[in-house]
Design a protein around this ligand. Structure first.
Ligand code: PLP
Length: 401
């Protein structure tokens, strides 16, 4: 091979900024739930590009849509119309609470758009003193200044101050704490239905329902960040469907275009009135190739019943992890819904386990020193899950107290 892991490492050393703590593997090919590295070794992927490749790697229908659109028109700006963007917005309106969509390129940008829309809409309908954004401790909303200010993890922002004003954080799943801060100055409450980067903590059913009612009663907007929990991962197209509520604004990204960069901010026709020409825009948002990939991804999710699979296989996976929790002394908790799952270790050995899994042909992810997270493609099978669980069982036996 003329390009291998050693070459990639030396290029990173010489030419890349050092802001990723990479694992020592160079993936060169993907298909379905599988990845291959530069030596030809095969892996089962339980990370799926951090939740992006929901329909698996290199799905033929998604490739065909990308190739078809790329050979016709790769890019025009938002100064003009393009068909895939309009069709994707129409499809999202059909399958969600939302009537209007704004497209961008990442989850962070979708959150920035949601914050800007919420503040501008509220300023217009309720006055400029309603600007406070309430979000949860341990949340993650991205790394731009607005999204970082909303993120409830002080460690992510403390060296980058001063931060934008008007952000308040409350403990997650604590309704009295939320009730105590939502008031006359609240613009919006921003929550993840399942806190992903914070460690896969699921919102209690009553909490999200009450947050919805609290926002309605106090005149604030409810923004749900479904960047990680959306696109079928939890066994519903969007996690808030499990709770029987709808937000005023929703942010999505990751799995929407099956692995190409995209973000979207969705809202009602009423709240969408907050944005006029020039209020927000981005060169590549709604790009025709990316939107074609998203249309194909949604089609594959429905045709192959991958959302249902995520629910069923996810329940099987969670059951197996709970079995490990009972049989092994190394785990303290299993959390999550569908194929958004995590286990917490009693010891800080998550990174070692991730490395050992990699050696044994399983790609898994750790959040901090003691949480293992699983975000596989929604097409993952029970056999593949059995293989990973057997591997974990062996590795965890070395971590018991
Ligand atoms: N919001 C949530 C809930 C996320 O999990 C993430 C990323 O993990 C983001 C926002 C930021 O998305 P991106 O990395 O695409 O900017």
């Amino acid at each position: 091979m003329d390009y291998d892991l050693e070459k990639a490492k030396s290029q990173e050393n010489d030419f890349l900024m050092r802001n990723y703590a990479r694992l020592p593997v160079l993936f060169v090919r993907g298909h379905g739930t599988r990845l291959w590295d530069d030596t030809g070794k095969e892996y089962v992927d339980f990370v799926s590009g951090l939740g992006a490749c929901v329909a698996g790697h290199c799905h033929p229908e998604i490739i065909a849509a990308i190739v078809r659109q790329a050979s016709q028109l790769i890019h025009v700006s938002n100064l003009y119309f393009n068909r895939p963007q309009g069709e994707l917005a129409e499809m999202l309106a059909r399958f969600t609470f939302a009537e209007k969509t704004f497209f961008c390129n990442s989850g962070t940008e979708a959150v920035e758009a949601a914050l800007k829309l919420a503040r501008k809409y509220m300023r217009a309908v309720r006055g400029e003193e309603r600007y406070v954004i309430v979000s949860a401790l341990r949340s993650f909303h991205g790394r731009g200044y607005g999204a970082m200010a909303a993120t409830g993890q002080p460690g992510k922002s403390q060296l980058f101050g001063p931060m934008p004003e008007g952000f308040v954080h409350v403990p997650f799943n604590d309704l009295p704490a939320l009730e105590a801060v939502v008031g006359e100055d609240t613009c919006a409450v921003l929550l993840e239905p399942i806190q992903g980067e914070g460690g896969v903590y699921v919102a209690d059913p009553g909490y999200l329902k009450s947050a919805r009612e609290l926002c309605r009663d106090s005149g604030a907007l409810l923004i749900l960040d479904e960047v990680q929990s959306g696109m079928g991962r939890t066994g519903a197209l969007f996690a808030h469907e499990h709770y029987g509520i709808t937000p005023d604004i929703m942010t999505i990204a990751k799995g929407l275009a099956g692995g190409l960069p995209i973000g979207a901010m969705l809202t009602t026709a009423e709240v969408a009135k907050g944005f006029g020409p020039g209020d927000y825009g981005t060169t590549f948002g709604g790009n025709p190739v990316v939107c074609s990939a998203a249309l194909a991804t949604l089609t594959v999710l429905f045709e192959e019943q991958l959302v249902e699979n995520a629910g069923q296989v996810g329940a099987y996976f969670k059951g197996k992890l709970e079995g490990l929790l009972r049989s092994s002394g190394a785990l303290s908790e299993v959390r999550g819904i569908g194929l958004m799952l995590a286990v917490e270790l009693k010891q800080e050995k998550a990174r070692e386990i991730v490395q050992s899994c990699l050696q044994q042909g399983y790609v898994v992810n750790n959040i901090g020193p003691n949480i293992l997270r699983f975000l596989p493609p929604l097409s993952i099978s029970t056999r593949e899950i059995d293989g990973l669980v057997a591997t974990l069982e062996g590795l965890l036996s070395g971590c018991e107290n």
